[in-house]
Write a protein that binds this ligand. Structure first.
Ligand SMILES: NC(=O)c1ccc[n+]([C@@H]2O[C@H](COP(=O)([O-])OP(=O)(O)OC[C@H]3O[C@@H](n4cnc5c(N)ncnc54)[C@H](OP(=O)(O)O)[C@@H]3O)[C@@H](O)[C@H]2O)c1
Length: 315
């Protein structure tokens, strides 16, 4: 089982969750059920992944089996960019809950500050409606209402930079509990972690394994070997008798970061929870630190013209 970290209002979050964005739909329900059997209690989804229905089926099946109860699992979903107008947030969350067959989510995140025009219906695939810059504070006020109405136990951000986080926190009735961002040993986000730590906000690492094959990385110039095959990580894997993915996760969980690795492989699903039974030497920690190359690979360069584009700042 994963350890739990404490969110800024006292509730706990399992530190290791299952990322679900690229799990093929035909195996998603079974993968989530298997993950629950293996001890996963935290699942990361989003309206944008169009997979909440399958996750909902898996959860229903598991609750009906009596294997776990609703209160034993931590479910995160995310507000799509299309529905960030303050009047759309409630119905967007309600739609996610309908798909998930749940009464509440444990965490609801603004998926990104890159707000889009609402096409007027719940999309089933990406449509090009164009940018629609909004006051992020007004979106946040509607997010707070989700907590007041019981639809979300907690709320947070994803892909927000430090200025945007402070803008949200200023005058907030409820502070964000988490910012979910690209984070792995090559892009360790130390400055953002320090900044968020001072505000009692945890980081969740997406792409902890470097997200091999992710379509958003297609336009990234990548001259290095894939992170999971990095020679330093491979050497450490041999030394600690772990696989390279476990080494990558361990380096993050030791920093009190929440991680949401995706896997559909039964052995790796198991392995990814088994990262608490060894410790890196000081020397090995230094070699891991040396892998930081400062390159943001999920730079979303196509959105550079958006007024709320978050990645013009280093953090
Ligand atoms: N908020 C955002 O904007 C955002 C953006 C991207 C992703 N996310 C979230 O973050 C989650 C994780 O990111 P990701 O799916 O892009 O990438 P990732 O977790 O970095 O990489 C997943 C890949 O790693 C492999 N893998 C997993 N464990 C392994 C291990 N122990 N050893 C070797 N290989 C291993 C998996 O293959 P196998 O299946 O074969 O094991 C899969 O191909 C997503 O699923 C999604 O929930 C959020």
């Amino acid at each position: 089982m994963a350890k739990e970290l404490t969110l800024n209002y006292g509730r706990k979050i399992p530190q290791i969750g299952l990322g679900t964005s690229r799990i093929p739909k035909d195996i998603l329900e079974d993968t989530v059920c298997l993950a629950i059997q293996k001890g996963y209690r935290h699942f990361d989804t989003a309206f944008a992944y169009q997979n909440e229905v399958e996750i909902g089926k898996a959860l229903k099946r598991t609750f009906e089996d009596g294997a776990v109860k609703r209160e034993d699992v931590f479910i995160t979903s995310k507000l799509s960019g299309y529905y960030q107008a303050e009047e759309d947030v409630y119905s967007a969350c309600t739609e996610s809950l309908r798909r998930l067959q749940l009464d509440y989510v444990d965490l609801f995140l603004i998926h990104s500050p890159l707000s889009l025009k609402n096409p007027g219906y719940f999309v089933t695939k990406r449509v090009d409606t164009g940018y629609f810059a909004r006051d992020l504070k007004s979106t946040w006020r509607s997010m707070e209402e989700l907590v007041f109405s019981g639809k979300a136990k907690s709320i947070g951000l994803s892909n927000f930079n430090s200025q945007q986080i402070d803008y949200i926190c200023d005058g907030a009735r409820i502070k964000p509990v988490i910012n979910q961002v690209e984070l792995n040993v090559r892009f360790p986000q130390h400055q953002l972690q320090r900044f968020c730590g001072e505000r009692d906000i945890l980081l969740t690492a997406y792409a902890p394994m470097g997200s091999p094959g992710h379509p958003s990385l297609q336009n990234t110039v990548e001259e290095k070997v894939p992170l999971l095959q990095d020679p330093i990580i491979s050497k450490l894997a041999e030394r600690y008798r772990k696989n390279t993915g476990q080494i990558l996760l361990k380096s993050l969980v030791d920093r009190d970061i929440v991680v949401i690795p995706m896997s559909t492989n039964p052995d790796r699903l198991t392995a990814n929870l088994q990262v608490y039974d060894f410790e890196f030497s000081e020397e090995d920690l230094k070699s891991i630190a040396g892998l930081d190359d400062g390159i943001r690979r999920f730079g979303r360069v196509k959105s550079k013209d958006h007024p709320d584009y978050p990645f013009n700042l280093p953090f």
